[in-house]
Structures are given as C-alpha cells and as structure tokens.
Write a protein that binds this ligand. Structure first.
Ligand code: COD
Ligand code: ATP
Length: 209
C-alpha cells in the first residue's frame, strides 16, 4: 500500500485532489476532521480548559472552534505560543488516529492511503508518505476560492502564515500537480499519477522513497 501525502496552500484544491484519489480506490485520512474529533475527547477538553480557560467553550460545553481559532491564529507571539500549545495537545492524538487508520487500510489491502494534512511537515507525519503531491495553485485562484467560502483576505493570510512557506512544501514534494485550470484537469493529472505510481503494470517497481 502506498501512502500519499497532499500538500498545497490554503484552498489550493487539496480536498478536490483527495476526492479524486478516493474515487480511484484510496482510503482517505482528513487530518482537519480528525483534529475536530480530538477536540471532543473529554481529556482534551480538560487540557484546553486548563490552557485557554472557559472562554473557548460554547453554551453546551463544547470547544468553540471559531473562538479557539481567534486565539491561535494571528501575528503576535501570544498567538504563536497558543498555537504551539494547542498542537502539543492535539497533534499526538491526531497522529494516533492517523496510525490506526493507516493500519486498518493496510489490513484491508487498500491500494493507497491518502494523508490530507496541511500541517504534516511540522507534525512529522510526512515520514509516513511514499509520495508527496503538491497541489500548485496561484494565490489569486486560492484567494478567490477562500473568499467564496466566506473567509476574509486577512483570515486567509493569517492561516497561511501559520504554516510552512509554500516553497518549503513544494520542495519537499515528489510531484507538483498544477491546479489553475478547471477541476477536470486536476482529476486528469491525479489519474495520470495513479496509473504511473499506484497501479503500475505487473513487474514495474514504481518509485517509493
Ligand atoms: C484552531 C482550530 C480549532 C480551528 O478550527 P477550524 O474549524 O476553524 O479550522 P480547521 O480545523 O477546519 O482547519 C482549516 C485550515 O486551517 C489551517 N490550520 C489548522 N490547524 C493549523 C495549524 N496547527 N497550523 C497551521 N494551520 C492550521 C489548515 O490550513 C486547515 O486546513 C483547529 O484548526 C485546530 O484545532 N487546529 C489544531 C490542530 C491541527 O493542527 N489541525 C490541523 C491538522 S492538519
Ligand atoms: N480547478 C478548480 N476549479 C474550480 N474550483 C476549484 C478548483 N480547485 C478547487 N476548487 C474549489 O475551490 C474550493 C477550495 O478547494 P479545496 O477545498 O479542494 O481546497 P483545499 O486546499 O482542500 O482547501 P483548505 O486549505 O481550506 O483545506 C472548493 O470549493 C473547490 O471545489
């Protein structure tokens, strides 16, 4: 089973690329979703309360992601420290969910396991990947898509700044997949990658790291 990591800027088309891989038969791990799941664990809620107080909880006693986002994404040292502290709580648990999902996919003989995790470099999860794809989309296209999802340009810039530089991600990738055209071009590029590296003809050895 090949493990494929998906990197790219905010709104570059990582989810669209991931969906194309799912349709080809890959098992998907969405780390953002796993991060949300982790915030529902009682011991995580306790640690969040200790670090961030009751201010980041809603009336039902659940972690309010918008409130937490305002504390951890920003340009100050306090924001950066808050994000680092949140990651210390969340990342080991997301990592455990990731390893369990990957083991299950392997047991089920899935042809590929896709790790959709924008923070995989700083979290260290990139080590699981045989191939890393970088979904390459211009800032103008990405911003337009983010604004269409009701983000502000400021939110877009702040989240982007909380991640590694795009050049770092691009340089770590094995394959760059352009996404400045329509979605059918993105799907075609993903299918070509799949045929080349995941489902090679018998006797072909592929190119794992
Ligand atoms: C701060 C939280 C509550 C905000 O939740 P929200 O629903 O607004 O955003 P969501 O989780 O869907 O993330 C959306 C995007 O924000 C960016 N982002 C999220 N976490 C981080 C992070 N730790 N570092 C940099 N960018 C991040 C990513 O581009 C991600 O795709 C949430 O993102 C969180 O708990 N983050 C810490 C855990 C984590 O690193 N999750 C991402 C795993 S890839
Ligand atoms: N080539 C494209 N043409 C038109 N729309 C696109 C294209 N690529 C992506 N989109 C749309 O742009 C939006 C953002 O794409 P997507 O959710 O795949 O990005 P992402 O990189 O996963 O975003 P995030 O960084 O927020 O997780 C989605 O609504 C998606 O359908």
């Amino acid at each position: 089973m090949k493990t494929i990591g998906i990197l790219g800027g905010i709104a570059s088309g990582k989810s669209a690329a991931t969906e194309a891989l799912r349709q080809l038969g890959a098992v998907i791990f969405d780390a953002d979703k796993a991060g949300h799941q982790v915030l529902e664990m009682p011991e995580v809620k306790e640690q969040i309360q200790d670090r961030f107080s009751n201010d980041v909880f809603d009336e039902e006693g659940n972690v309010s992601r918008p409130k937490l986002a305002r504390l951890v994404f920003g340009n100050t040292d306090d924001h950066r420290q808050a994000l680092a502290d949140l990651e210390k709580i969340s990342h080991p648990r997301i990592g455990a969910l990731l390893e369990a999902a990957r083991s299950q996919a392997m047991a089920e003989d899935a042809p590929a396991f896709v790790l959709d995790a924008p923070v995989m470099i700083k979290a260290g999860w990139i080590r699981h990947c045989d191939y890393v794809l970088f979904i390459d989309s211009s800032r103008a296209h990405r911003l337009e898509r983010a604004l269409a999802r009701k983000w502000t340009e400021n939110e877009f810039d702040i989240r982007e700044a909380a991640q590694e530089e795009l050049e770092v991600k691009r340089n770590l990738a094995d394959i760059v997949i352009p996404n400045n055209d329509d979605l059918s071009q993105l799907r075609a590029a993903i299918e070509a990658f799949w045929k080349r590296q995941v489902a090679p003809p018998p006797g072909h050895r592929g190119n794992p790291r």
